[in-house]
Design a protein around this ligand. Structure first.
Ligand SMILES: [Ca+2]
Ligand SMILES: [Ca+2]
Length: 208
């Protein structure tokens, strides 16, 4: 009887020991799993922060490149890289047409480009235009269509008190029919009939 009891107790002890060992090994597995999970989370967080750091650095480089390019663009094309046919002078942009047309049509064509026929109100601007037009005839924004002999710029201002560069003997209103002005040889101004066809100069403010 005592022997049986002893064997039972021994068996129970063994079972308990076995269970304890099993529990311990399962616990170890769970701890290891938890540690690996933690490690994965840490690695993920670290790589995420590195990726965001890299992308912010990349953005900075991109912005710097953009800034450099836009300042280079401004130096090369102050009137805008999309408007390379416009020439910059003194804070404004000028277009020298390649086609000849009447004064009225030239006025409309400048308008479609958000500009107007050129106003020459200084010697510096006259020099620029003179150099650029090289004895070719180009319409400017000056006419006496509203009142004979009263020459007004296209912005409504009176030309007489300001800078003028009329050719000697001009404006002569030849045949009583010359109401529009163009630059002529040596850049001097001449009045001619408005349906005459010549090149034209448009002017607009330079982009900010
Ligand atoms: Ca006239
Ligand atoms: Ca004339």
């Amino acid at each position: 009887m005592d022997k049986d009891r002893l064997q039972d107790e021994l068996r129970i002890f063994r079972d308990r020991n076995f269970l304890r060992q099993k529990l311990r090994s399962s616990l170890m597995v769970y701890v290891l799993l938890a540690l690996s999970y933690l490690l994965i989370v840490i690695l993920f967080a670290v790589s995420l922060s590195r990726v965001s750091m890299l992308s912010s650095q990349l953005n900075e480089v991109r912005n710097e490149l953009k800034r450099n390019n836009s300042s280079k663009d401004f130096k090369l094309f102050p009137c805008g890289p999309e408007a390379r046919e416009w020439e910059y002078f003194g804070g404004k942009c000028y277009y020298f047409s390649l086609r000849q047309t009447s004064w009225q049509r030239a006025k409309v064509l400048c308008g479609t480009e958000h500009s107007r026929l050129a106003i020459i109100n200084s010697r510096a601007k006259q020099n620029f235009i003179m150099y650029r037009t090289r004895n070719q005839r180009f319409w400017i924004g000056l006419s006496d269509q509203n009142s004979e002999g009263v020459w007004k710029w296209i912005d409504g201002s009176d030309s007489t008190p300001g800078f003028t560069y009329w050719k000697e003997g001009e404006p002569n209103d030849s045949d009583h029919n010359e109401d529009c002005a163009h630059v002529w040889t040596y850049g001097e101004w001449n009045d001619v009939h408005c349906t005459y066809e010549c090149y034209y100069i448009c002017e607009k403010p330079a982009p900010p």
